[in-house]
Design a protein around this ligand. Structure first.
Ligand SMILES: Nc1ncnc2c1ncn2[C@@H]1O[C@H](COP(=O)(O)OP(=O)(O)OP(=O)(O)O)[C@@H](O)[C@H]1O
Ligand SMILES: [Mg+2]
Length: 282
């Protein structure tokens, strides 16, 4: 059966009007667009669990650092709408920067501890932008459930914590990482990679798998697990490792030994393109 025509809306007041008529429960999937199967997996899971599915598409300037790729970030709204229509989303909210941050804007959401390590330490201010924009999306859409990907593991932890701390009556659902056939985690930023870099980028997942294998054979020394990853990345000529972490999956604090659930995560540059990936060890 063909899906009903998807609705798109830009302004917050129009969004609120359309939101009133959506059957409950409403699910929200926040995205920055240039959609791929990772995003669509979130939409599909929301469709399973919710009567109405809202997707926001907003390239949020406040989560990009001054040296980051805001101006070159890939965009293709027509293609995104086509994919969301086919997948069966009900409403797409595509606000402008002016809609979200009008003249005089000055209110921000910040977390104290969870944002300090990993991505937060490499991208100062990133999670302030993320937590703020997601709060604004939550307030505007008022979903019962919101869907995020495990690819951005620290983001998932930050949003869960924030939703709890600020009493958002929203269940935060974390969905598994969708990967290409060769293991590379899907990301909108993969489009930046040239042919050789795309080939080399398989080293993220390959190195995580090597560490998982060692963990399976009983390796519990976190330093050794980190070393397995860094060693493999360092042998890939096109890859430049930014960090590898073996941290407590709850607190994100770096570990010496793995005893409870651990997050093994990494960031790697290929030229100017920065990719992240992770696995859970338990
Ligand atoms: N491969 C993936 N599998 C599952 N979820 C994903 C995947 N990639 C992105 N997501 C999730 O989709 C949501 C929107 O992410 P976003 O629009 O930033 O896409 P992205 O691919 O992460 O882009 P970029 O890598 O450029 O940040 C986030 O919750 C993110 O974790
Ligand atoms: Mg992203």
């Amino acid at each position: 059966m063909k899906n009903p025509e998807i609705k798109t809306v830009q302004g917050i007041l129009e969004l609120r009007e359309l939101r009133k008529n959506l059957p409950a429960p409403v699910g929200l999937i926040p995205t920055m667009g240039y959609l791929h199967e990772g995003h669509l997996s979130l939409v599909k899971q929301a469709k399973e669990e919710c009567a109405s599915v809202v997707v926001s598409i907003f390239v949020n300037p406040s989560q990009f650092g001054p040296q980051e790729d805001l101006s070159s970030y890939p965009r293709d709204l027509q293609r995104d709408l086509q994919l969301l229509q086919e997948t069966g989303a009900d409403l797409v909210w595509n606000p402008t920067t002016e809609d979200m941050y009008p003249q005089g804007y000055q209110t921000w959401v910040e977390l104290e501890e969870l944002v300090k390590p990993l991505e937060g330490s490499m991208r100062p201010g990133h999670f302030k932008g993320v937590a703020t924009v997601v709060s604004k999306l939550f307030n505007a859409v008022q979903p019962m459930k919101a869907y995020f990907g495990q690819k951005d593991a620290q983001q998932a932890a930050v949003i869960k914590r924030m939703a709890q701390d600020l009493n958002f009556p929203i269940e935060v659902v974390i969905c598994p990482i969708v990967r290409a056939e060769d293991g590379l985690a899907l990301s909108s930023r993969n489009i930046y990679l040239d042919k050789n870099e795309r080939q080399a980028a398989t080293v993220l997942y390959r190195s995580l798998q090597a560490a998982r294998e060692a963990f399976g054979s009983g390796e519990r020394n976190a330093g050794n697990l980190r070393h397995i990853v860094s060693d493999m990345v360092n042998r890939e000529a096109l890859a430049k490792l930014q960090y590898v972490s073996c941290a407590d999956a709850e607190t994100l604090g770096e570990l010496e030994r793995v005893s409870a659930k651990a997050l093994l995560s990494m960031a790697v540059y290929f030229g100017k393109t920065r990719l992240i990936d992770n696995i859970i060890l338990e």
